[in-house]
Design a protein around this ligand. Structure first.
Ligand SMILES: Nc1nc2c(ncn2[C@@H]2O[C@H](COP(=O)(O)OP(=O)(O)OP(=O)(O)O)[C@@H](O)[C@H]2O)c(=O)[nH]1
Length: 275
């Protein structure tokens, strides 16, 4: 038990702690898998150590009135009373470290999430862009970036108030999520500007996605008495070039966005990689 608490206290990563716990439990009680599920910061955290058998025991982890997730163990044979007692002793020792890891995960999640829309923020995007540059350089895979900026958003705030403006931003974030593939990632990049990172996507396809994104945003309508408030969006697209740093890539997408705005807005411009 001392070894378990000592090992758990070496990390604040919930994933690492659950892997340690699964290993330590199986030293005493043979198990096929440990599954864990918890909602942290509005998103599901799921962990599974392997494939399970038909028999399972499940625990809702609570400490001082707070819930810290559901943990289940599975295997082919039934669990005996002594085994269940041993498991419960180990969970008793693990609950404090798990609580700390849940709190840490929630703080980390909040630091990477925009509080208004719930989408990942610029900080999360910077990390994702750097990772995409590395993968693109190593495997020669195509990655595209779309910057999507709502048009004349200041006028919406001025004419209908910030509450309507905020609501529109939340709806825009939802529409962006709906309009792209689950493998694509949406970020709130700035005030009324979003970014979309598209793995395995070249220039032409990214342009089509940008046009679809603009169409989804154009279909938003907020009823304000006699008027339906709607908005258009401008998009700038750039596909990563071999050896290009993330800030250069971002600057090219921004330049393309600038051209879209300059062209009268409500359109897409691509920073072509071949001129
Ligand atoms: N309601 C609301 N408004 C925001 C938020 N963040 C930024 N804004 C507003 O977004 C507006 C952006 O204005 P500008 O940068 O002038 O751009 P624009 O009016 O959209 O014009 P173009 O981008 O040139 O089409 C400003 O009025 C900001 O106050 C937010 O979180 N909520």
């Amino acid at each position: 038990m001392t070894r378990l608490t000592r090992r758990l206290s070496t990390t604040l990563s919930l994933e690492d702690q659950l892997a340690i716990l699964a290993g330590e439990i199986s030293e005493i009680v043979p198990i096929d898998t440990l599954n864990y599920r918890h909602q942290i910061g509005g998103t599901d955290f799921v962990f599974s150590s392997g494939m399970g058998g038909p028999h399972r025991c499940e625990y809702r982890l609570n400490l001082e009135g707070e819930f810290y997730g559901t943990l289940s163990l599975k295997r082919r044979q039934k669990f005996t009373e002594q085994e269940l007692e041993a498991i419960e002793m180990m969970l008793g020792a693990a609950i404090c470290p798990i609580r700390n890891a849940c709190r840490f995960h929630a703080i980390e999640h909040a630091a990477l999430t925009d509080s208004l829309t719930g989408t990942p923020n610029k900080r999360a995007m910077d990390t994702a862009l750097q990772q995409a540059c590395r993968l693109s350089d190593r495997h020669g895979d195509q990655y595209s970036l779309i910057l999507c900026d709502l048009d004349h958003f200041k006028a919406i705030n001025d004419n209908y108030g910030h509450i309507v403006g905020d609501h529109l931003l939340k709806l825009a974030a939802c529409e962006l999520e709906k309009s792209v593939r689950s493998s694509d990632s949406v970020y709130r990049f700035g005030g009324e500007e979003f970014a979309i990172l598209l793995p395995h996507t070249g220039e032409l396809e990214a342009r089509n996605v940008a046009d679809r994104v603009r169409e989804y945003i154009g279909n938003i309508a907020i009823n304000c008495g006699d008027i339906n408030v709607s908005v258009t969006a401008s998009c700038g697209v750039a596909t990563h070039l071999t050896g290009e740093a993330s800030d250069q890539w971002l600057a090219r997408a921004d330049e393309a966005l600038y051209r879209a705005k300059d062209h009268g807005r409500n359109c897409t411009r691509v920073f072509a990689s071949i001129s």
